[in-house]
Design a protein around this ligand. Sequence first.
Ligand SMILES: Cc1ncc(COP(=O)(O)O)c(C=O)c1O
Length: 460
Amino acid sequence: MTTAAKPTSEHLGSPVADYATATASHPSNAELINKRQQHFLPTALLYHAEPLQLVKAQGEYVWDSEGRRYLDAIGGIVCISAGHNHPRIKQALRQMLDDDAIQHTSTLYLSRYPVELAETLVAEAPDGLDRAAFTNSGSEANELALMAARHATGETIVLNLRHGYHGGTASTLAQCGHHNWRFRAQPNANAVSALEPYCYRCPFQQKPESCALECAQNVETTIQTATHGKIAAMIVEPVMGVGGFITPPPAYFTEITRIVHQYGGKYISDEVQTGAGRCSNDLLLSKALDIDADMITMAKGFGNGAAIGGVLMSSEIADALAGKLYFNTFGGDPYQTVQAKLTIDIIKQEKLADNAMAMGSRLLNGLRDLMPRHELIGDVRGRGLLMGIELVKDRKSKAYATTETARLMDICKDKGLLVGKGGLFGNVIRIAPPLSINADQVDQMIETIAGALHELAREA
Ligand SMILES: Cc1ncc(COP(=O)(O)O)c(C=O)c1O
């Protein structure tokens, strides 16, 4: 194992910090890249032309193996809500280890931790969603929700949206609206796609002033023309994450939930990215937008980085599953459920959802202010601290600026800021920092992105 060489120059925009801890016997990046190539599947993605090895994290910052500090504006991948290594979560985990607390017990035994989490979560849920189940990931949460909807209705067809993403398992990939995530042998039975509510690239060529929610009407047309007239469910993200933070207007949800229910389906609101106080003053965006969901799924920020997913559902759906067995070995695991429960407590006690809304609006305004100076920015959109910048080669053609987006990410990284990307053609910068971010850090983010855009323009 080789240790990375100490950096010779100071990292742009952020000082070298706590070098000793950050570099404690980590293999070199070249070694890791080489071994990944030998042993990983070629499907594994790696961000950045010069990939990063992140080894330390605190609050809103992460450090690489060479001791460079970065403002983390993507939070793993939309996973850090309460902040990296929150002291209360660290203390609770440390105490459990010191006490030799049961490390693993499934739901076959009684345990206070998943019960306390269910109670906490249900208290934050929209009225009528009073049952909870826990999984290890967002994909599994959606699998369970899809299965429950199909079992409860006796129907099989599920509607999804083009540009949507719900996970990497078989039936969630069947609902995926991105060709690059789907495999040749992907079974797609009983999945039907409606057109996307993508205002910037409206499939109906409407403008906000002429829009009559044609995309919502399309859900009904799709059911009428591509199904036998009854459906099991529709699964939708309130803000479409992997799709590039496509943000439908609230009225869209009123209309499509009405249609889904009219045709006998259950509405699944996939809040894997939008939940945990990131997009509204409520913990769940579905509650804030008054979305009439029968099930809400969550993961990512719900556990602040812990491997946990969850499904909230109505008693009516839960009761329809009686007589069947569903078991998930690690679902409800003590260490994961403790972290999720504390994450929700911290979000509430530190008013992090309110902070996310205030900081999100500062960020949105700051990024929109950059538009007159930077033609490359086609659109800035999102809710709370889930913010996308869609880059286009020019505003008239809206041609996807895919290579420019990757380059912008790299320049931001070199300036000490980590952002993500998304969109069907990888041309949307994605920003989803910890909810604890402050005004100075938001301003630093905007300044860094502005500087990176200038640099990119000079390179062109
Ligand atoms: C909206 C949405 N749903 C589901 C998933 C799948 O979650 P996981 O990767 O935890 O299985 C993701 C992951 O990116 C997601 O963004």
